[in-house]
Design a protein around this ligand. Structure first.
Ligand code: ADP
Ligand code: MG
Length: 711
């Protein structure tokens, strides 16, 4: 049978049925699937040594001869081989022991030459290797393998495994280590890949885009699985990383080209509302805000659809810029919607906008789903969708098609990272006929490389300046052992009429515990400040309860807010001047930055106090040190990226990105630029991907239709 990438693994006669089933269960169905699972890491098993020179703890790979073999029993049954150097029956011996691996007994026999790999342990004065990886070094026609085969017993690992000396699989070379497939021994999976690579014809075409034709795919796939040298693996990984980068950038470029081609609406024809608002404000926009408003206006005034990201640090005044954009839309006779990630934020925006627009007759309404799974809408003000342009604020419930506002000219998505990329795209593309302009906002800055990977299809406006007159913020790390001075300090601020946030990390194990620990925190602080009015905010409160707690704090009715991280994003209470964070080192950097962004919002000086037991030099301490060193969210984003690694940041923070195979390269600017350039060049030459050599690219974007809908 001639193997190709689409060959089903279950058609390989030499693969055991139960392993075929295990592979199937793991989603590894074809030869191509098996090759696409790249090694997690490599182990250099080339270090060899004389048996006589081995000591406890050595990790070695060495050739041995089997002098005797048999079952043993001490506290449990195991198969043992007494091995030594070939041709030296009286030399030093190494005992190879296999526990719970009965099949090994069928493979080994006296007289065989093996290559073994493992970690030496001395037991009772004897050199032993427990469960060593091994391979039989030459075809042994008289070996146990043939006996087993003759008796009709399953031969495992497969018959083809016996390796010519130059072609080792598990020992004596740089060995690939794969993510485990449950139900299949690691060595068998390795053998599968090795054998598939050996049998795959040399002229097999690459499965996807070939970013580096000078380095043939066939060679690269060999190098990534069974490299001769580490440098070969590195070279191959770079090649596949480039392909992955290209794939992402190509999707982004494709989406961008689509949205540019898509007819949009002209949603900025009149600026009367914006001028009125700016006249009514007690302050003027910062230069950066003005520039962003202008960029957005120009985009909305054009007939193509706007797809724009508004980036800005915490407190840089993104909301106001968004409001200006919404007023342009309303001024042009369209409805504008703002979608917030939480009920608290939606309500805050609602209140805020009502105040800011009190001088106008623009209808403002709030639409939020009660529960997260509920698409039913709660309407705050009579809202008939009668065609009057209006301003709608809501939560993700607005994303569902049946609650989509009519005549939507502009959709603003606040704190985008709380929604998935998928959700955003679904929302954008679900409007048929009348495609709204879209403005996406992020809560905290994200690293530049990630902007390109995650939002490469969007235009970007950056507010790189904070409004003037902000209270200064000082950040300090304190050991919880020395709370007395912190408490005295808090008492003084309260006496000045200021307010305080006290935040604790979420207790992950259970929601019950989370509530319990929040309640315990409240009792603890109430005891310390018996004369103060404390509020408690945690994730288990109903939206109404949360709202009540927040408004009590906002109005000053309570002056200390004990909270879990639900206060993280967007909440705005200018009179609060202390943010006390328990176990600060258990938060992520961008979370800490968000939390600190809750203070320094009024004219008073503010303090962010990080409580941490982490000592100088410990990783948790580094986070605190970074927080103390800088207030700049862009800088913190880069540090977060450096500390956590792109894999984590990409994988967890941003849903909808899918599995990332090469995080270490995906954040590499040179790779991203090169991939973006290649993608643009292809689309310039063949915008509709009609050329036969672009068939694989066409398949790549086939899922990206213009009409995907969440329903
Ligand atoms: P974020 O960018 O974090 O969403 P907000 O939009 O919530 O920030 O703005 C933070 C605070 O700054 C709000 O109270 C807002 O009214 C105020 N603000 C916004 N722009 C200015 C400005 N140009 N001058 C003074 N205060 C401003
Ligand atoms: Mg905000």
């Amino acid at each position: 049978m001639r193997l190709c990438l689409t060959t089903s693994l279950s058609s390989l006669s030499w693969l055991l049925p139960r392993e075929q089933a295990a592979l199937q269960a793991a989603g590894v169905l074809t030869v191509g699937d098996a090759l696409a699972r790249i090694p997690r890491r490599y182990e250099d098993r080339r270090r060899s040594a004389d048996i006589a020179s081995l000591t406890d703890g050595d990790t070695v790979s060495l050739p041995v001869h089997v002098y005797s073999a048999g079952w043993r029993f001490s506290y449990k049954r195991y198969f043992e081989v007494s091995a030594g150097a070939e041709g030296d029956p009286h030399g030093a011996r190494l005992l190879l022991r296999w526990f719970n691996m009965p099949y090994v007994a069928k493979l080994l026999a006296v007289g065989m030459n093996l290559s073994v790999y493992g970690k030496v342990k001395i037991y009772g004065g004897k050199l032993t290797l427990a469960n060593p990886d091994f391979e039989v070094m030459e075809e042994e026609d008289t070996g146990a393998r043939l006996v087993a085969a003759a008796m009709g017993m399953a031969v495992c690992p497969p018959a083809g495994e016996v390796a010519p000396a130059a072609e080792r699989i598990h020992t004596g070379r740089i060995v690939p280590i794969y993510r485990a497939v449950s139900g299949m021994p690691a060595r068998n999976y390795r053998t599968l890949v090795w054998r598939v690579l050996r049998e795959l014809p040399a002229d097999t075409p690459p499965p996807g885009y070939d970013p580096a034709p000078a380095y043939p795919w066939r060679q690269a796939v060999r190098d990534i699985h069974f490299p001769a040298e580490q440098a070969d693996a590195d070279k191959a990984r770079l090649r596949f990383a480039l392909e992955e980068c290209f794939t992402r950038q190509f999707r982004v470029a494709w989406k961008r080209a689509r949205s540019e081609a898509r007819a949009g609406q002209v949603t900025a024809t009149d600026d009367a509302y914006v001028r009125e608002l700016l006249d009514a404000l007690p302050f003027s926009l910062t230069g950066a805000q003005q520039r962003c408003v202008e960029e957005i206006r120009a985009d909305m005034a054009s007939p193509r659809q706007m797809n724009r990201l508004l980036q800005g640090d915490v407190g840089s005044g993104k909301t106001l810029v968004a409001l200006c954009a919404m007023l342009y839309a309303i001024g042009s006779g369209k409805t504008a919607a703002l979608i917030a990630p939480t009920q608290i934020l939606a309500e805050q925006h609602f209140r805020n906008f009502r105040r800011l627009l009190a001088h106008t007759d623009i209808p403002i309404s709030l639409r939020t789903g009660g529960r997260a799974d509920d698409t039913g809408l709660v309407l705050e003000s009579p809202d008939a969708d009668d065609g009057t342009p209006r301003l709608i604020i809501g939560t993700h419930a607005l994303l569902y098609k049946k609650s989509r506002p009519k005549h939507l000219g502009l959709a603003v998505i606040d704190e985008q990272h709380k929604f998935g990329v998928e959700q955003r795209e679904a929302f954008i593309s679900s409007a048929e006929g009348e495609v709204p302009d879209v403005l996406v906002m992020t809560a905290t800055p994200i690293p530049r490389t990630l902007t390109l990977t995650l939002y490469g299809d969007l235009d970007v406006s950056v507010i790189d300046e904070l409004p003037p007159g902000r209270g200064e913020i000082t950040t300090a790390t304190r050991n919880p052992d020395r709370m007395q001075r912190v408490i005295k300090f808090m008492r003084d601020e309260l006496a000045e009429g200021r307010q305080i946030y006290i935040v604790s990390p979420l207790v992950e194990e259970s929601e019950k515990q989370d509530r319990a620990s929040a309640v315990a925190q409240l009792a603890h602080w109430q005891e310390i400040f018996p004369e103060q009015r404390l509020g408690l905010l945690h994730g288990r409160l109903s939206p109404d309860e949360k709202d009540a707690v927040m408004s009590a704090f906002r109005s000053g009715e309570t002056n200390i807010l004990v909270a879990t991280t639900v206060v993280e994003v967007g909440v705005d209470v200018p009179n609060a001047t202390i943010m006390l964070i328990n176990d600060a080192d258990s938060f992520g950097l961008s979370q800490l930055h968000q939390l600190r962004g809750r203070i320094g919002r009024g004219q008073h000086k503010s303090w962010c106090i990080l409580l941490s037991k982490a000592k100088e030099g410990e990783p948790g301490r580094e986070k605190c040190d970074i927080m103390c060193r800088t207030l700049n969210g862009f800088e913190i984003a880069e540090e977060d990226f450096r500390l956590r690694g792109p894999g984590d940041v990409l994988g967890t923070a941003q849903s909808g990105l899918g599995a990332v195979q090469f995080p270490e390269w995906l954040a590499d600017m040179r790779l991203i630029h090169r991939a973006a350039r290649d993608a643009a060049a292809i689309l310039a030459r063949d915008p509709e991907l009609l050329l036969p050599e672009h068939a694989s690219l066409r398949a790549l974007v086939a899922g990206e239709s213009d009409t995907r809908v969440v329903s």
